[in-house]
Design a protein around this ligand. Structure first.
Ligand SMILES: *Cc1c(COP(=O)(O)O)cnc(C)c1O
Ligand code: SF4
Length: 397
């Protein structure tokens, strides 16, 4: 069997460097055709993407995972456009989460009082066809300059309620180590920003980007969580595992967000397999996202009930740690809400709470003897009671 490097006419040493992978990303029908025989739909999709100026790029590493025999291959579906991407669907929005109205600085999206996104770049290693921010990543919103980033830091500095910053994009791990370090160090000069998250698909599409050295550099900015984006067990390779484990070993927790994609991973069996594998790697499944209404992604969207049904199948048949929150990011910018199967039954006359379990059996949780849930010591702890005290508390006294 040929090694993937040999299939691409290069040496293993090149294959294993992320810069080589980015430089040799496949971007045209001609280049992709050498790896997978393209279907007519993929060919039309690539032609339309070229015509409309939508970016296409697939790292050789990710392309090597594609199944040449099956157009339904999850790697192909996520990375190679088809003509379905150009068919309008009901509810399509250019800016599905209403982010552009919440950009106080070009590189900031600020929707929740305490959290903000920092868009570090408009570039990615692979341009996912289902990307929710495709108006930025696929169309090229324009690169973010150093001044944009400086202005973003200024905005954060002047907003003391922000405690959690998600460095996103684009994929911040296409930046080189020095640039990334500079950015994280700048964020760390803002004292009220306690938690950093780095949202990246590198473990999935460019795992050679992450090694012990990078992990140690990221660790210096702790608490920093890496949030990645695996969608299918086929993406769970030895290289991907090594990337995730390098981060966790260094003290950088890794969380995963999966996008529910119709006909790609819309199956409880596939997702259980994916989430269990990630958990073994110490990567915690965090969100399962209902598809956003981004233009060109209608063919990927599932009915809301499909996600709830999948969650119902997972609950009780795998570790709770392997089950993510099912989230719908409300169209137009309403924020995220989470869904779960309904286990509560209507309250009967006698009070208490009735539930059904996953087998449909009914159980009663009786009302407790007391109902007042005030915590009397809370006032003391925060130093807000009239009485002396609050020492060691967290209150502003
Ligand atoms: C999803 C999101 C967050 C983070 O939400 P969590 O539920 O804390 O993970 C923050 N800001 C924006 C704009 C988001 O879309
Ligand atoms: S890596 Fe993330 S930001 Fe980039 S195209 Fe994929 S989903 Fe979008």
């Amino acid at each position: 069997m040929q090694t993937p490097a040999a299939r691409f006419g290069t040496r293993d040493a090149h294959w294993r460097t992320w810069q080589w992978q980015l430089r040799h990303a496949l971007t045209t029908a001609e280049e992709l055709e050498r790896i997978v025989p393209l279907t007519a739909a993929e060919r039309r999709g690539l032609a339309l993407a070229a015509e409309r100026g939508l970016r296409v790029a697939v790292t050789p590493y990710y392309a090597a995972l594609a199944d040449p025999a099956h157009p339904s291959c999850p790697v192909r579906r996520q990375a190679i456009p088809t003509d379905a991407e150009f068919e309008p669907a009901p509810g399509d929005l250019r800016d599905p989460l209403g982010e552009d109205g919440r950009r106080p600085a070009r590189a900031i999206v600020h929707r929740y009082p305490d959290r903000a996104l920092l868009l570090a770049t408009d570039r990615c290693a692979v341009y996912c066809r289902h990307c929710t921010r495709r108006r930025v990543t696929l169309t090229g919103d324009g690169a973010l300059s150093r001044e944009d980033l400086a202005r973003a830091i200024e905005y954060l500095r002047a907003a003391p309620a922000i405690r959690d910053v998600i460095v996103s994009g684009g994929d911040p791990l296409v930046l080189d180590d020095d640039r990334l370090d500079e950015l994280l160090a700048a964020l760390r000069t803002v004292p009220h920003v306690k938690v950093l998250r780095l949202a990246t698909r590198a473990p999935v599409v460019l795992p050679m980007r992450i090694d012990a050295r990078l992990a140690a550099r990221l660790r210096r900015h702790a608490p920093l969580f890496v949030v990645t984006h695996f969608n299918h067990p086929k993406e769970c390779t030895d290289e991907a595992r090594a990337a995730c484990e390098a981060l966790v070993d260094a003290g950088v927790p890794v969380e995963n967000q999966t996008v529910l994609l119709r006909g790609v991973n819309s199956s409880a069996r596939l997702l259980r397999d994916l989430f269990e594998t990630l958990l073994e790697w110490r990567v915690r499944p965090y969100y399962l996202h209902q598809g956003d209404l981004a233009e060109g992604t209608g063919h990927f969207r599932t009915p809301v009930e499909a996600g709830v049904g999948i969650l119902e199948e997972l609950r009780g048949t795998t570790s709770g740690l392997a089950i993510p929150h099912l989230a719908v990011d409300l169209p137009g910018g309403g924020g995220k809400v989470t869904l779960q199967p309904e286990y509560r039954l209507p309250t009967p006359a006698g009070g208490g709470a009735w539930f059904r379990n996953r087998r449909g059996e009914r159980y009663l949780y009786p009302d407790p003897p007391g109902r007042d849930c005030t915590c009397p010591y809370e006032q003391v702890y925060y130093g807000t009671s009239g009485a002396a005290g609050g020492r060691g508390g967290k209150g502003a006294t």
